[in-house]
Design a protein around this ligand. Sequence first.
Ligand SMILES: Nc1ncnc2c1ncn2[C@@H]1O[C@H](COP(=O)(O)OP(=O)(O)O)[C@@H](O)[C@H]1O
Ligand SMILES: [Mg+2]
Length: 379
Amino acid sequence: MPEQTHISKLTLTNFRNYAGLSLELGPGAVVLSGDNGAGKTNLLEAISLLTPGRGLRRAPYADVAREGGDGGFALHARIEGPEGQVEIGTGIAGGDGAGEGGRRVRINGAPAKSAEDMLEWLRVVWLTPAMDGLFPGPAADRRRFLDRLVLAIDPSHGQRALDYEKAMRGRNRLLTEGSRDSDWFDAIETQMAETGVAIAAARAELVRLLAAMIDKLPGSGPFPQADISLSGELESEIAVAPAVDVEEWFRAALANGRERDRAAGRTLDGPHRSDLVVRHRPKSMPAELCSTGEQKALLVGIVLSHARLTGEMSGLTPILLLDEIAAHLDSGRRAALFSILEELNCQAFMTGTDAALFSSLAGRAQFLTVDHGSVGPTG
Ligand SMILES: Nc1ncnc2c1ncn2[C@@H]1O[C@H](COP(=O)(O)OP(=O)(O)O)[C@@H](O)[C@H]1O
Ligand SMILES: [Mg+2]
């Protein structure tokens, strides 16, 4: 594992229930305990905005800005990594025209070209209670989860996904307007074929690499091995044919599907319909049929394997945000989790209402108590 990348200082201004907060943080495990509504998840959400996207709640920025503030918010983090220290700032402007221009990012004081630039310095991975329904829930959630996994090892994946979405919106508009402009359709479908196949290929590569990492989990360990695969026509094709051929095949499929898609009012084929299929290997059972606790253990195994993969691929050990992680884990699994985290050499933020669930980490973690918008040492 590479040298640990960690946040050594975090400052929040008008973020959720924090008017102003400044925290000095050490490497390794950070335990955040406090009552319901104290602001534990808010703090993790702030850290999750140090990576592209809308963070672990996917909330509109207007909701993130503190009630009673000026409509803006700001985050600032000092990161210690293999390349030394870097300062990352992000937020939205407050006052007149609050939030206009979207989220801004600064790196060492200079405006970043895009939020993706943050990935050069740190990778953030999270596991939250909202993800407990991932396996039985809608495919769209699993796709989003999958694409975040890809993004952590392949920073260009975000732009790829945006380009595909944009082209598809253009095609859907032509479809609903009843357009028969075949030159226009051809141009858009060519773009969709290029970006769509790139998305499918990146996902297939992630699944291949992640599956190999999951295989390294101990077979009889506390976090069961998952069998992961992709379902989707493009993903199936990409497994057996060269990308150029799949591109041509997808382009032709789009062209041939115009009438059908016109009737549906949208594009019916493509990587926006793919799914991540997960099975519990030891039980040989689809993940969605496993118990809540078994699903959580599977998901922890996937996320930890992904953290290891990210570290190896990017040279940046990811920052882990494990919200309410102790809730579904018995004491044996908790102890196993803590020792895997130490072995992964990641800075890991873990929350819970009860610090006692983390007592076996005494002396090996930073313990902080969150109390209505302020944070101090526990004890
Ligand atoms: N924009 C906001 N401004 C002020 N307070 C907020 C805002 N958004 C959420 N909150 C408050 O944050 C608290 C929830 O914090 P959260 O981090 O989810 O708690 P927990 O410690 O249980 O994880 C709630 O009391 C909620 O009212
Ligand atoms: Mg919470």
